[in-house]
Design a protein around this ligand. Structure first.
Ligand SMILES: [Zn+2]
Length: 275
C-alpha cells in the first residue's frame, strides 16, 4: 500500500514549529504503510526537504529514534552556508543527534539515514557512550558503528570517562543552563547559543565536541539547525537575534560565529558573552 495523500498533510500538522514526532504520532503515521522500512523511506524523503544545501544540492535526512523514554522520532537534515568554508556545514546525522540530545533523549536506539554515513559522521557517532550507540539503518540494512568504523579513535583514547549521552540534558528555555549542559570534555569551552526570530520564537544549540576535534558541532551551527528543523517553509529567514555564551578563558566560538553570521546578512544582531 502506498501512503495516502493524507501522509504529508498530517505531517505538516504534527510538525508546526516542532522538530520531532511523538510516539503516538509516529505510530499513527506508520500505520499508513505496509512495512516499517516503507514508512522510514517516505519520512526520509519528506525530512530531506528541510535540508539547506546551496553548495552540494545533496539533501541528506536522518531520523533518530529514541530508545525507551517517550519513544519519539527526531529529524535531522544537512545545513550548508553559501560562500563559507565547507567545514562549517552541519551533517544530517549531527543534526538528528543534537536534536534528540537537546530534547532530553537518554539514548538513541536507531539512526535511519537516506545515504551511507560519511567518515566525518561515523566519527561524530562514535563519540556516543558505548552502551548507547544507535543501530544505523541505511536503505533497510542495519549495522553498528563498530562495523562502520573499525579500530576507531574515540573518547577513551583521551581518557574521557563521560562520553556523549552519558548524561541526558534537561530541556529548558534558559541559555545559561544550556551552557552548563553542553559537551566540552576536551577544551573546557562550555557554550550554547540562543536564536530568536521575528515571531519571538527561541531556539537553542549546545556545543558538542568530538575526540577527533574536527567533527565538533559549534553551538551556533546547532542552534541554526534547530531554526531550520522548526521552520520547514521559511528556513533560516526571519532570524533577529543571536546570543552565544561561552566559558571565560576558554573561548573559541567567535571566529566560527562571525563566519556563519556573515552568510546570514547584516540585519542580525549578534552578542557573544563569556561567563
Ligand atoms: Zn556526514
Amino acid at each position: 500500500m502506498q501512503a495516502n495523500n493524507n501522509f504529508e498533510t498530517v505531517l505538516l500538522k504534527y510538525t508546526n514549529n516542532k522538530s520531532y514526532l511523538t510516539h503516538q504520532e509516529l505510530i499513527s503515521l506508520k500505520s499508513q504503510f505496509d512495512s516499517e522500512q516503507a514508512f522510514f523511506d517516505a519520512l526520509l524523503k519528506w525530512v530531506s526537504e528541510y535540508a539547506i544545501a546551496p553548495v552540494s544540492q545533496f539533501k541528506v535526512a536522518a531520523l533518530a529514534i529514541e530508545g525507551g523514554g517517550e519513544g519519539r522520532l527526531f529529524f535531522g537534515a544537512n545545513l550548508e552556508f553559501s560562500h563559507q568554508a565547507l567545514s562549517l556545514v552541519v551533517h544530517a546525522e549531527q543534526s538528528a543527534i543534537h536534536n534528540a540530545l537537546l530534547h532530553g533523549v537518554d539514548a538513541i536506539e536507531k539512526l535511519v539515514i537516506n545515504a551511507s554515513p560519511c567518515g566525518y559522521c561515523r566519527q561524530f557517532i562514535n563519540e556516543i557512550q558505548l552502551d548507547k550507540q544507535p543501530l544505523i539503518n541505511v536503505h533497510g540494512v542495519e549495522k553498528t558503528i563498530q562495523q562502520y568504523l573499525p579500530d576507531a579513535f574515540g573518547p577513551s583514547d583521551l581518557d574521557n570517562q563521560a562520553p556523549l549521552f552519558s548524561q541526558s540534558l534537561t530541556p529548558c528555555s534558559d541559555l545559561n543552563k544550556y551552557v552548563k549542559q553542553s559537551y566540552a570534555p576536551y577544551s573546557g569551552n562550555f557554550s550554547a547559543c540562543q536564536i530568536q526570530n521575528v515571531n519571538g520564537h527561541k531556539y537553542f544549540g549546545v556545543y558538542l565536541e568530538n575526540a577527533a576535534y574536527s567533527p565538533s558541532l559549534s553551538p551556533l551551527q546547532a542552534a541554526l539547525n534547530q531554526v531550520q528543523l522548526h521552520n520547514r517553509e521559511s528556513g533560516l529567514q526571519g532570524i533577529s537575534e543571536i546570543v552565544i555564551k561561552q566559558t571565560k578563558g576558554k573561548a573559541n566560538q567567535i571566529g566560527v560565529a562571525n563566519a556563519v553570521v556573515m552568510s546570514l546578512g547584516s540585519n542580525v544582531k549578534v552578542t557573544i558573552e563569556e561567563v
